[in-house]
Design a protein around this ligand. Sequence first.
Ligand code: SAH
Length: 223
Amino acid sequence: MKPKALDEARSRMVQEQIDRRGLHNQRLLDAFLKVPRHLFVPEEAIEYAYNDEPLPISCGQTISQPYIVALMTSLLDLHGGENVLEIGAGSGYQAAILAEMTKTVHSVEYHAALAEGAQKALNGAGYGRVQVHVGDGSLGWPESAPYQGIVVTAAAPKAPHPLLNQLDDGGKLVLPVGARGRQELQVWERRGANFTHESIIPVSFVPLRGEYGWSEEQWPLSL
Ligand code: SAH
């Protein structure tokens, strides 16, 4: 696809999939207009980069549907100065969107190969300031805590308490909670020692692994 066609597809994505579905925040829309999503999908999928659907990346994982990335980002309610943690770098796309919306972004990825690919894509697209770490993100990333926002892009059995503990006062944790085929998107907010949460919509994500995630026996990837 030619650069002009990609730009047009990206504008259409923002208008039809994000703005028209009720997410009107201009900073959010600008971030999605700016980040070249096609640089974060496998080469053979470039023509589908701006489609209204998730796409397969490597290691059996997926880059989420644009609307879901937008919804999760909007639920963090970012104003530009926050320190944000993402769990599940995958392609690096969500991290690039976060980098457009705030100051500091850390992302933890379980698969070293994906982490390497994500950092490369981020560097190539001008988001080299995002730091991708290899590790078990169900434990968070204590070194850079506290975070004003944490977003998890894989489904957890329940909100992992290390992530809640690494939230700053007033900070928000956005994550899919549940098993294969029945998950809900939850938003948690910390107020001092108190945590409240609400459910937003049903969603469908790949499993979170690691200590506070699903085991391969509980949720095999092939299913
Ligand atoms: N945010 C990604 C979506 C990736 S899919 C994007 O924009 O492309 C979810 C990712 O979570 C996968 O890459 C998977 O490897 C990763 N993951 C699963 N369990 C994890 C864990 N415990 N710690 C960190 N990453 C994890």
